[in-house]
Design a protein. Structure first.
Length: 384
């Protein structure tokens, strides 16, 4: 591998011949003005092939299928932006997204970012207290909620002082407005608000394994911080890549480590609205020719328990993290799928912290070029 690498929109770590060379030469090049929505969708929608380049293959639990190009995705995101602007959302407004893997989830994320709002992604798996705490703590003012949690959010509203508007998806008996009545008829044209790289984009909550969940506040520049590590764990470049993960899009891994990483590079993502059933996951992987699939070690073990010999898989790379990836997981994926497992380490606050070098027993090796790890005090200001 040869050639220099810069930051910004031209990040490409494939040009370095060694880890040491990349670490020494890497430079951040963060533009003053930057918006995640423009980087992962807008620029591809405006490209000469924007109307043909596929962004999303989606299959619902009922077997329904939808395919969206980047041009189509932006038009749907523009509808969201217009609907939100009409509802009073502006720069800095915090908007919760409580949706499973479905196209409206991604349209909502992009639409919020385009209007200058702050996305608060929330899992449909959260129970009453988990959802209440995060909506309250984040001071979410508008929430876009699917049928899975629309009733629960309605029950919680008396405890949510900041929540002013609830837009429901496929839950017409709940909320203040529905997606069908407000987003669908909105104009597909919208001039995105210009945001600085330092402007707020996301509040993403940790799992809360120690104490209350923590809200990690991320600026738009967060995406650029993901790109070098994303390229490493996905063995970039691969122009024919198709990405899929069963991980929810409210999790930083499912959203940034799969969807936004792939879309930043103009590559298609597969979404599936069904539950995690090993046979169904194998079917999705085969049907859409997924080459890159982010899976936790637990997911791999569940898949291993099912006979997969009837499926013709194209999987090449399995990024994995969130828990220890043991030798048996490596051996299974390499031996049965003829793919490689790339183990990563990171957190909601700072993901892809470690993602380089060859496998080393009981170690995930070195940090990729870019971040400089350090331990800080609880205020985050003073090194320890």
């Amino acid at each position: 591998m040869t050639g220099p690498v810069k930051g910004g929109m031209d990040i490409d770590l494939s040009g370095y011949g060694s880890y040491e060379a990349a670490y020494e030469a890497f430079e951040w090049d963060i533009p003053e003005a930057f918006n995640i929505a423009g980087a992962v969708c807008g620029r591809w929608a405006e490209a000469p092939d924007g109307k043909r380049r596929v962004a999303l293959f989606y299959e619902g639990e009922d077997g329904s299928e939808e395919t969206y190009t980047f041009w189509q995705v932006r038009r749907e995101a523009n509808r969201v932006s217009n609907a939100l602007a009409e509802a009073g959302v502006e720069r800095g407004t915090r908007v919760g997204v409580v949706l499973p893997q479905r196209p409206e989830n991604l349209f909502a994320n992009l639409g919020i970012l385009q209007v200058g709002g702050v996305v608060v992604p929330l899992s449909v798996l959260y129970g009453s207290e988990g959802l209440r705490y995060r909506l309250d703590h984040s001071e979410t003012e508008v929430a876009i909620v699917g049928e899975q949690r629309a009733g629960l959010v309605e029950e919680l509203r008396p405890e949510l002082d900041a929540l002013e508007t609830v837009i429901t998806v496929d839950a017409p008996d709940h909320g203040d407005r529905t997606w069908a009545d407000t987003v669908v008829p909105a104009s597909p044209e919208f001039d995105a608000v210009e945001t600085a790289a330092e402007d707020s984009a996301y509040i993403i909550y940790t799992s809360g394994t120690t104490g209350e969940p923590k809200g990690a506040h991320h600026a738009h520049r967060k995406l650029l911080g993901y790109v070098p590590g994303w390229q490493m764990i996905n063995e970039f470049p691969d122009e024919s890549a198709v990405h899929y993960s069963p991980s929810g899009w409210a999790w930083v891994g499912g959203l940034f480590a799969v969807v936004w990483g792939a879309w930043f590079h103009g590559q298609p993502v597969v979404g599936y609205g069904g539950q995690f059933e090993p046979d169904e996951i194998y079917r999705i992987l085969e049907k859409y020719g997924a080459t890159h699939t982010l899976l936790t070690a637990t997911m791999v073990r569940m898949l291993r328990a099912v006979d997969h010999t009837d499926y013709d898989l194209d999987v090449e790379v399995v990024p994995s993290g969130g828990e220890k990836v043991s030798r048996d997981v490596h051996r299974y994926v390499e031996g049965e799928w003829d793919a490689v497992v790339n183990e990563i380490y990171g957190q909601t606050e700072c993901n892809f912290l470690v993602a380089t070098n060859h496998e080393r027993a009981k170690s995930v090796t070195s940090p990729w070029s870019g971040p400089t790890p350090r331990c800080c005090s609880t205020t985050g200001t003073s090194p320890i």
